[in-house]
Design a protein around this ligand. Structure first.
Ligand code: NDP
Length: 309
């Protein structure tokens, strides 16, 4: 059996055309979707993410507002900035870049976001709706993983709904922003979902779960955690990890995932690479949420106009 390397870049190209079309239709109706990001401090990874989002927003025809506060800005200043963006009509969606400085509470800032503009689904109201299977927005990285997986299943001749309903999905990692939403998206597709974390690993139980899986989704932040020994032939492996490692002795930095790609490739049915797998799809999923936020606002305002005319 030849292992399929699921090409995120190719899928992202198709998705980009779809989202560009959605944005153009909104612009034709008089609304240009706009994303605002809030950066507090100068974390390198957050700066790279901000630059990337600015470029992708421009490519799609969306507005972009990049707000930045110094690292010593107070929690009150951060909250005031988010409140200003909540009220700004040009902004359809707001993303607060992480990490925030230690003296600024993630929870306080997340609760300040107006839920209709919370395009990364961090406000408790939106997270609760996701939990109930009635998501307003799906967080971008888990959304990208399932978009790629759904696409792969359909392209390989399967009915994704039928496949999930008889499949075991193992999610390695249970963070609020990645692991838990992955589990919820698996449940929403009627899959049997198992969650593994650092305790499963320490207890030596990771293998017994992953070896029963039809799909393994890995978001642990541990380079090469899942190896060929963790999977059986026929498993589909989705790697969400992004880790920077340095090759010795040259010290050159490169990106790797949480999966031992070469080993798993020799055994799995299919695997997503890093880079070039889930990553390229993630920004498009976020901007698609921004377009959806703009569209919801348009619908609400035309509904209001009808009621008052
Ligand atoms: P967190 O550090 O918040 O969470 C890591 C999770 O993995 C925790 O639930 C932890 O368990 C679990 N874990 C850690 N070590 C092990 C182990 N040895 N075995 C099993 N489980 C383990 O990370 P994130 O969820 O934010 O990110 C995870 C990965 O996804 C990272 O590589 C990150 O860079 C990447 N990422 C990728 C994005 C993308 O766009 N593709 C976006 C966001 C993140 P416990 O809960 O018990 O501590």
């Amino acid at each position: 059996m030849v292992t399929e390397v699921i090409d995120g870049r190719a899928y992202a190209k198709d998705l980009q055309a779809t989202v560009t079309d959605e944005v153009s239709q909104l612009v034709a109706r008089g609304v240009r979707p706009g994303l605002a990001t809030v950066l507090v401090g100068d974390d390198d990874a957050a700066l790279v993410y901000e630059r990337r989002l600015r470029r992708v927003a421009a490519e799609l025809g969306c507005d972009y507002v990049g707000e930045a506060l110094p690292g010593d800005a107070s929690e009150a200043d951060t909250v005031a900035l988010v409140e200003r963006l909540n009220a700004e009509p040009r902004v359809s969606g707001v993303l607060v870049l992480r990490p925030l400085p230690a003296h600024v509470s993630d929870t306080v800032v997340q609760r300040t976001l107006y839920p209709a503009k919370d395009v990364e689904c961090v406000h408790p109201t939106n997270a609760g709706m996701l939990m109930m299977g009635r998501a307003r927005y799906v967080p971008s990285t888990p959304a990208a993983a399932f978009a790629l997986l759904d696409h792969y299943l359909a392209a390989s001749g399967r009915d994704p709904a039928e496949f999930y309903s008889r499949s075991n999905l193992v999610v390695v990692g249970r963070s609020d922003n990645v692991g838990r939403p992955l589990m919820l998206l698996g449940l929403a597709r009627d899959a049997t979902v198992v969650s593994c974390d650092v305790h499963s690993y320490r207890a030596g139980h990771l293998y017994q779960h992953t070896l029963r899986a039809d799909v393994v989704l890995v978001a642990a932040g541990v380079p090469g955690l899942v190896t060929a020994e963790h999977i059986r032939p026929g498993t589909i492996v989705v790697d969400l990890g992004i880790n920077v490692v340095r090759d010795e002795p040259a010290g050159r930095a490169r990106l790797v995932g949480d999966v031992d790609f070469a080993g798993v490739r020799a055994k799995a049915e299919a695997v997503t690479p890093v880079p070039g797998g889930v990553g390229p799809v993630t920004d498009l999923c976020l901007l698609r949420n921004v377009a959806s936020a703009a569209s919801q606002r348009l619908q609400n305002s035309s509904g209001l106009a009808r009621m008052t005319s």
